[in-house]
Design a protein around this ligand. Structure first.
Ligand code: 5GP
Ligand code: MN
Length: 342
């Protein structure tokens, strides 16, 4: 952070703080938010965490989960009051205000100190303090580094350490993606020293599936996976009826895209899901193909080079047709063989 001393002075006296994170928070969004909330509470601040929407149950173990205010579950007025009365608003794990739905304009229009902590590409210019790096694997890693920069490492307790660890673990795909840097290992080593039970976190995040979720996975792998060999691309398209049939809950489709990406030779993977209000898409790639650019250009989205998301306001079928048709633009890029490690 450029003006770290000014920031340090600002947080040295009690403030009314709001922390918010992106639509459908994942482990990094929620873990970085609750980790930061735990720290700021210890510093004597009055902290509220507001999420635009709900999030998966497998994140509910995080300390502070019980106090999270879910904006679109009847908390619109309460959230607006908190945003308008805040001295400081922290925006975590997103780079543009449209990622927090109606909350975005409330945050934009209120006069208070705004802080952006994030690792997505192309941050919007709205914050007074920015702690941002696309070199960070996770926002949780940045929250850890910021607390250390502020000289407060000793305030990171077991609960904070576990929330932060969860964010780093998931955003690196369990330390598999190329964003798994030396700093990631160093931070995680420190988090274990500070009390994080890493086996517990991974069990709670990955191995608490409902039977419905596992059966849905089987169905999707057997019947919904489509491979476009000429494009080294694989995708799933899931209808609203199929989600309903498997009693799908928030988070039940998370990770599905990785099965498509795990097929040997596949460079580009997508999951296209009819969420009724719109069709949501998750994109992943291996190597130089930028899914951030792809999502931004064709599906009103963005994210990172190798992991991004987007949406479409047409039907599932029309979205799938558009997806297959725009792929043609990338044929030469996608059809070349993937570099292997062998
Ligand atoms: P996921 O596919 O797991 O939902 O998202 C992958 C990455 O892309 C995450 O870093 C997420 O924050 C980002 N992302 C997902 N959907 C969108 C979107 O609609 N717009 C933008 N800008 N980023 C997105
Ligand atoms: Mn993240």
């Amino acid at each position: 952070m450029q003006n770290l001393e000014a920031f340090k002075t600002l947080i040295s006296s009690p403030k009314k703080v709001v922390i918010t994170t992106h639509h459908k928070p994942d482990a990094d969004a929620l873990g970085s938010s609750l980790g930061l909330a735990g720290y700021l509470k210890k510093k004597g601040h009055d902290v509220a965490v507001i999420t635009p929407t709900d999030y998966p149950n497998f994140l509910a173990w995080m300390k502070g989960n019980d106090e999270v205010i879910i904006f679109n579950e009847g908390n619109e007025d309460k959230s607006e009051g908190l945003v308008n009365n805040a001295d400081m608003i922290f925006c975590l794990d997103f780079s543009s205000l449209n990622r927090i739905n109606e909350l975005g304009e409330m945050v934009r229009n209120t006069e208070c100190t705004k802080v952006l902590i994030d690792h997505h590409l192309e941050p919007e210019d709205f914050a007074d303090f920015i702690y941002w790096s696309t070199g960070a694997a996770a926002t949780a890693e940045l929250v850890y580094d910021l607390i250390v920069d502020l000289g407060d490492k000793n305030l990171i307790d077991k609960d904070i350490a576990e929330s932060l660890y969860a964010g780093i673990m998931t955003d690196t795909g369990s330390f598999k993606h190329p964003n798994t840097t030396r700093n990631v290992f160093m931070v995680c080593a420190e988090l274990t020293t500070l009390g994080a039970d890493t086996a517990k976190v991974s069990k709670l995040v990955y191995d608490t599936n409902s039977l419905d979720k596992v059966k849905f996975l089987g169905f999707a792998l057997n019947e919904k996976l489509k491979v476009l060999e000429d494009y080294n691309t694989a995708y799933f398209a899931i209808s609203a009826e199929e989600l309903k049939r498997f009693n799908s809950k928030t988070g039940d489709t998370e990770g599905l895209v990785n099965y498509a990406l795990s097929i040997e030779g596949i460079k580009f993977a997508a999951v296209i899901i009819d969420r009724t209000e719109s069709v949501k898409m998750s994109f992943r790639s291996i190597g130089d193909f930028s899914v951030n650019e792809f999502a931004k250009k064709h599906f009103e989205g963005g994210g990172h080079k190798n992991a991004a998301g987007g949406k479409s306001d047409t039907t599932l079928e029309e979205t799938v047709n558009k997806f297959e048709s725009v792929l043609k633009e990338y044929k030469s890029e996608l059809s070349t063989k993937i570099k292997t490690y062998a």
